[in-house]
Design a protein around this ligand. Structure first.
Ligand code: MLT
Ligand code: MN
Ligand code: ZN
Length: 294
């Protein structure tokens, strides 16, 4: 499976438009921006799927030669989107794809419910293009064009803030995807929002070649350290790197790449001691544009 990180920041991106924290200022000064989290994957380098659809999607697609259209006038290698949550930073990009002639979108029943009611993307997109909405569940692996097999792994019950009053059952609000290339056997686990590492998650990453993991925060109290207030990372459904790295590095031999970095996270910047600690711990910090094959 060919994997291309189109964006590696959490909601708001880095820099965030209204933020003058140290990380955002530095990103402005050095031009070291990070777009919001989205990953492109392909089994045959002809059919591509997006893992989440960030608000930055148009620029992300334009910046990736693999995803350029042609030879037909409206022919695109972008087949569809797999959603790991209904959060705005992972779904607004669907609206940017309205020019598509056809689109496949995958999400759990809980995610598609949020996109029908509170944030009616389904109704809106349906006025512009033909979308096939696929309900995914842990019981039913999904086959994608190009020889990819996808397993759905529930990892959290947190609803988006805009959907906090809905009555839809909380289960499977947040999932990870385990993607296996049928031809090469290469396996990627994509888990940009992970509330905890439990036995089920350890089973899901078993034998994986690469885990793309929730790197929103380095420390649980990072918001307080950075802004003097705010909730704990774990209260926001994001296991901090300081907790996940030792746990996962001990349990797996997979390459670990952190993504969905918040602008408070010191490892988002280049050349910081915190970042060296990640490398020393056996993991990497993802970069926009990073591309590899599994
Ligand atoms: C999250 O990852 O927790 C959400 O995207 C937060 C947000 O952007 O509102
Ligand atoms: Mn997010
Ligand atoms: Zn900032």
């Amino acid at each position: 499976v060919r994997v291309k990180l189109l964006g590696t920041a959490a909601g708001g991106g880095i820099p965030q438009w209204n933020c003058s924290c140290t990380g955002c200022q530095q990103a402005r000064r050095y031009g070291s921006w990070r777009a919001q989290d989205t990953v492109a994957i392909s089994g045959d380098e002809r059919a591509w799927y997006m893992l989440n659809a960030s608000p930055d999607l148009r620029a992300q697609l334009l910046g990736a030669p693999e995803l350029a259209p042609g030879p037909g006038r409206r022919q695109t290698p972008v087949r569809g989107v797999l959603l790991s949550t209904a959060e705005l930073d992972h779904t607004i990009g669907l609206l940017m794809l309205r020019e598509a002639e056809q689109l496949e979108v995958y999400g759990t029943a809980a995610v598609l419910d949020a996109l029908t009611g509170c944030f009616p993307v389904r109704q809106i997109l349906g006025c512009y293009t033909e979308v096939c909405w696929h309900v995914v569940s842990p019981a039913d692996p999904v086959e994608l064009a190009g020889g990819l097999l996808v397993n759905v792994v529930p990892v959290g019950t947190k609803r988006p803030r805009y959907a906090s009053t809905t009555t839809y059952p909380g289960r499977e609000q947040v999932v990870a995807y385990r993607i296996t290339d049928r031809r090469t056997g290469g396996t990627l686990v994509y888990a940009p929002c992970l509330a905890a590492i439990d036995e089920a998650f350890l089973a899901a990453v078993k034998g994986a070649d690469c885990i793309m993991l929730d790197g929103t925060f380095l420390h649980d109290d990072e918001m307080a350290r950075s802004t003097g207030g705010g909730r704990l990372a774990t209260e926001m459904g994001h296991l901090p790197i300081a907790d996940s790295l030792p746990r996962l590095a001990a349990a797996t031999r997979a390459r670990i790449i952190y993504t969905h970095l918040n602008n408070t996270n010191p490892v988002a910047a280049l050349d910081t001691p915190d970042r060296d600690a990640i490398t020393a711990g056996g993991a990497e910090v993802g970069e926009d544009g990073q591309t590899f094959t599994l």
